[in-house]
Write a protein that binds this ligand. Structure first.
Ligand code: NJP
Length: 234
């Protein structure tokens, strides 16, 4: 395969699993995280195939610099994976506007900055694959997590539009919708979320039953599923 990846949120959860799987099969990865210490072990394990970079996706200058550094270091970028994100739990009434802005900064404006920094480079290469970790809540809405849903709806709309705009340049765009998994996101936010959903018992049951284990290998978000997406020629 020998692909070059740029991954946000590589410290844990999906980002970590996917970064390690790509490195294990011999790909090269620019692994980014807010704290370099949280990804330092990747360098020890994978040596020159990994470049670790400090990146908070809400910092646009840091985004530009990280994308540029990764491109210079590896000489190209095949896959740009916008994965960093989190969930805000609370009713529409109770969440503060500042909390919602912060959520949108990470889940919408962060990925947007990464896309805008990477696109000129991908266009010049004449190829590239932009992947985005959305959610199965990127096209439906549940109570008590509505702002998170809205952030992923926006994320998906941006990617749908982008896909049509960049096809002519040889650039592919794919949205990943993992569903509920027991990552840090799953174990903390989702449980809080479920607890807050007592009044919506139907949804609660549906949600808790839906939580999967990364190890169990659900088809939507396993490394194998991801590799299939990025290795396919069309
Ligand atoms: O969650 P978690 P996941 N700048 O919490 C990073 C979506 N998703 O792997 O806190 C840069 O284990 C954070 O880094 P740090 C979800 O919406 C999940 O489940 O600095 N990075 C960590 O690496 C999200 O888009 C489920 O160590 C920032 C990572 O993001 C994606 O999957 C279901 C950051 C979060 O790791 C990964 O989440 C679904 C920032 N400002 C979609 N803020 C699910 N788990 O159930 C956070 O459908 N990070």
């Amino acid at each position: 395969a020998d692909k070059v990846w740029f991954i946000t949120g590589a410290s844990r959860g999906f980002g970590r699993v996917w970064a390690e799987a790509a490195l294990e099969r011999g790909d090269k990865v620019a692994a980014t995280a807010r704290s370099l210490a949280s990804i330092a072990d990747l360098e020890e394990k994978f040596g020159a195939n990994v470049l670790t970079l400090e990146l908070d996706v809400t910092n646009t200058e840091q985004v530009k610099s990280a994308v540029a550094q990764a491109h210079v270091h590896f000489g190209r970028l095949d896959i740009v994976l916008n994965n960093a994100g989190y969930s805000l739990v609370g009713t529409i009434e109770e969440a503060s506007a500042d909390d919602v802005r912060a959520l949108y900064d990470t889940n919408i404006f962060g990925p947007l900055a990464v896309i805008q920094a990477a696109l000129p480079l991908l266009r010049e290469q004449g190829y590239g694959h932009i992947l985005g970790t959305s959610s199965n809540l990127g096209h439906v809405v549940l109570p008590v997590i509505g702002y998170y849903c809205s952030s992923k709806w926006a994320f998906e709309a941006i990617h749908e539009s982008l896909a049509a705009e960049v096809k002519a340049f040889g650039i592919k765009v794919t949205i990943i919708e993992p569903g509920a998994y027991a990552t840090e996101f799953g174990s903390q936010e989702s449980l809080k979320f479920a607890a807050g959903m007592d009044i919506y018992s139907d949804f609660k049951e549906q949600f808790i039953n839906g939580i999967r284990n990364l190890e169990r290998g659900d088809p939507a978000a396993t490394p194998q599923a991801l590799f299939k997406m990025v290795d396919s020629p069309n």
